[in-house]
Design a protein around this ligand. Sequence first.
Ligand SMILES: Cc1cc2nc3c(=O)[nH]c(=O)nc-3n(C[C@H](O)[C@H](O)[C@H](O)COP(=O)(O)O)c2cc1C
Length: 181
Amino acid sequence: MAKTVGVGITGGIAAYKIADLVSKLKKDDLDVVVMMTEGACQFITPLTFRTLTGREVVTDLWARPREYKVQHMSIAEQIDLLVIAPATANFIAKMAHGLADDFLSTLVAANTAPVLVVPSMNTNMYKNQIVQENMRNLLSCGYHVMDPDSGLLANGDVGKGRLPDIEDIYQKIIKILSLCR
Ligand SMILES: Cc1cc2nc3c(=O)[nH]c(=O)nc-3n(C[C@H](O)[C@H](O)[C@H](O)COP(=O)(O)O)c2cc1C
């Protein structure tokens, strides 16, 4: 049976790049379910991912699903891997502290599948001690955390914080999936 990858998109400038990732995963015959924070919807629309995946994109904890199911629980039961990309400093902090105040963070709290976190942010945010501490927390909980790339950032700064190449994220996903269930 095809494996299911949950892709959680948070509100970083690199959110648009995840369309390529989702498209690559779909070409591999993986089932992909996309969830977006309110912030992510400022950068790219759910319609893009709905079109690429053929599935509803979940953005709202309080939305009434077509079938009556508690969606964050039913999606948590379906997925073999949860990918958070791009992962904002804010969302990393929420995951590291178990906050569950929107759909995606509630799903993270209910999820038992492996998690791959792909941080992407300005280099000063990335180097911030609290952000680093939060990422160490995630690693110590068994989450996979990718190292961002270095280079020119969206605001013109140069440093570490760029979303890794989509091909590298894709390869990491395939590797983790090959190890699970
Ligand atoms: C133009 C713009 C670009 C942003 N890019 C990033 C980013 O790349 N990484 C990041 O961590 N936060 C970024 N932020 C800040 C987040 O959008 C903000 O912290 C937001 O609360 C994140 O919400 P979420 O984690 O629920 O998606 C950006 C904000 C703006 C206005």
